[in-house]
Ligand binder design. Structure first.
Ligand code: ADP
Length: 534
């Protein structure tokens, strides 16, 4: 058998071509094939891509190994090698005829990109996509006498395209759901070259289906337009675009927030502004409302502070002005009472005693108000000396016994200690607590006054069996002017200043004061003060 070098190529098709009896075809026996045809066959057999040659006046079919899977199941029984194209493709010849004739006539290639494989029986997955080329081939006389067909599979490319499209749909859906629109402005030589936007952008800014940049500019509130230019200027230096203009659509003003980033190209121009758009009208309305209520609140706070200041000034002036004449009245009253008693005018003395008691009460009220005004103006002063607290307690209990015979006062001094403090101020605290114990408990009940050791301190406890204080009021009773809304309270006289002053005095003297109580059972007031070692 004659050896043909151009058919010495590994594979099935090279041997099939060799064995085929070409002498019965218009191509003639292999030994007669011209060089151009031989080299076309050689290239085809060596090519890794599927290739087919349609050669000669009958367009006889030749193909390489890579093409075999595309020939379908009948290739086994009825191989198409050497057949005339028109006969082999008789069933769909019309489909190919036009293309083939056009290529042969014009000598120009034909290309069909990303075509789904047309023959499902061809043994190829019908989801596959191909790019076909039909290129003319020439004979030795440089006349077109055939066509070379190549196939390139582009399924992976199409798959990726589909995935990108899917992602785009998903991103659009997500943007729509989150109320965010996306846009891209391609800018070159200081003018907008292209304006691209997502579907969700149009949902936010309802314009005609294909708006251009000018359409968008038209709906921006005229007052806010210059701000956009400023934002753009700034973005050119910082790279960040931020702009919250009002837009007018459907006769309504809405607030939108535009955030973007400038992405320059390597040469600087053109560059791209990538950004998102969000409708912030609801948020803006809420913020405005909040700002308005903040302003109102601030105004009322300022007003409150002003009123408080006025109240304090009044308290200071009034208590100061009342205090001086009242002290003289009190002194004269006591003097007159003594004189009347000396003259044994019992009835008149009793009346004067009552008068003096009222004056004393009035005097202590004014003193309390005066102290409060001093605390508020940070002017409460203390004259500290060393003294024995238990002795002071004994004296104060003794004084109380003069005023009330109806309560049983028990003293239990378990610890004695000296303090460095102002004895007058501490007396004031003890007085307040003892008179409260008397005021808020029934006649005949017990009042227990105790002293105890407390680490580094002495503790004083005053227990009563009185009305008690509900738990939710316990933290309020030390506030100034606080009086319990207890129904029996209005019957008991007071300004609600005693505990407030006591707590301030104890704090200033380095101690602590608190209360424990059970409604209907009684209360315990405790204060502790630091002791000194003598
Ligand atoms: P005032 O006694 O003048 O009202 P205070 O500041 O001394 O003012 O007391 C504040 C409030 O605390 C009283 O109005 C009363 O409701 C409550 N309170 C004080 N001490 C007692 C107590 N021992 N038992 C029950 N309630 C008390």
């Amino acid at each position: 058998m004659e050896i043909f070098r151009f058919l010495e190529v590994p594979g099935i098709m090279s041997s099939q071509i060799r064995q085929f009896d070409w002498s019965k075809t218009s191509l003639g026996g292999i030994n007669l094939w011209p060089v151009s045809f031989r080299s076309q066959v050689f290239i085809m057999l060596n090519h890794p891509f599927p290739m087919m040659l349609l050669k000669g006046k009958d367009l006889h079919i030749l193909y390489n190994d890579a093409y075999i899977p595309f020939l379908g199941s009948q290739e086994q029984e009825n191989p198409c090698l050497g057949q005339k194209s028109m006969e082999f493709y008789s069933s769909n010849w019309d489909q190919y005829k036009t293309i083939i004739h056009e290529v042969l006539k014009t000598g120009k290639s034909f290309k069909a990109e990303h075509i789904q494989w047309p023959d499902p029986e061809g043994g190829i997955n019908d989801e596959s996509y191909f790019t076909f080329t039909y290129s003319p081939i020439m004979n030795d006389e440089e006349k077109i006498d055939g066509i070379i067909i190549t196939l390139i599979e582009t399924s992976t490319y199409i798959e990726s395209l589909k995935k990108i499209k899917d992602q785009e749909i998903k991103i659009n859906l997500a943007m729509e759901a989150s109320g965010i629109g996306f846009f891209e402005l391609i800018i070159g030589n200081n003018e907008i070259n292209e304006f691209i936007f997502s579907d969700s952008f149009l949902n936010l800014i309802p314009l005609k289906t294909n708006p251009n940049y000018e359409d968008i500019v038209k709906i921006i509130h005229p007052e806010d337009f210059p701000l956009g230019l400023n934002a753009f200027e700034e973005a050119l230096s910082t790279g960040i675009f931020y702009y919250t203009p009002r837009i007018i659509t459907g006769g309504r003003i809405r607030y939108i927030q535009v955030k973007g980033k400038i992405v320059p190209s390597d040469s600087g121009f053109p560059y791209v502004l990538l950004g998102t758009v969000r409708d912030i009208t609801d948020k803006k309305v809420q913020d405005d409302k909040l700002n308005h209520s903040h302003k109102l609140l601030n105004k009322s706070l300022v007003e409150q502070v002003r009123l408080q200041k006025e109240k304090e000034e009044f308290l200071q002036v009034a208590s100061h002005e009342l205090r001086t004449p009242l002290t003289s009245i009190k002194g004269y009253g006591q003097l007159v009472e003594e004189l009347v008693r000396e003259r044994i005018l019992e009835d008149e003395a009793l009346m004067l005693q009552k008068l003096n008691e009222r004056i004393s009460h009035l005097h202590s009220l004014v003193e309390n108000l005066f102290d409060v005004s001093k605390i508020h103006s940070q002017k409460m002063d203390f004259t500290n000396t060393v003294f024995d607290l238990v002795s002071l307690l004994e004296r104060k209990v003794e004084d109380l016994r003069f005023i009330t015979y109806e309560h049983k006062i028990i003293e239990e001094y378990l610890f004695k200690a000296s303090l460095l403090a102002d004895p007058d101020r501490i007396s004031q605290v003890i007085n307040n607590l003892l008179t409260n114990a008397v005021k808020y408990s029934l006649k005949g009940t017990e009042i227990l006054v105790r002293s105890l050791e407390y680490p580094g301190h002495i503790a004083v406890e005053i227990h009563d069996q009185g009305v008690g204080i509900p738990p939710h009021e316990l933290h309020k009773i030390f506030d100034h002017f606080y009086r319990s809304p207890n129904p029996s309270n209005p019957m008991i006289r007071g300004l609600g200043l005693g505990l407030y002053l006591s707590s301030k005095i104890i704090q200033k003297q380095g101690g602590k004061i608190w209360a424990e109580s059970k409604v209907g059972k009684g209360s315990k007031f405790v204060f502790i003060l630091p002791t000194i070692q003598l």
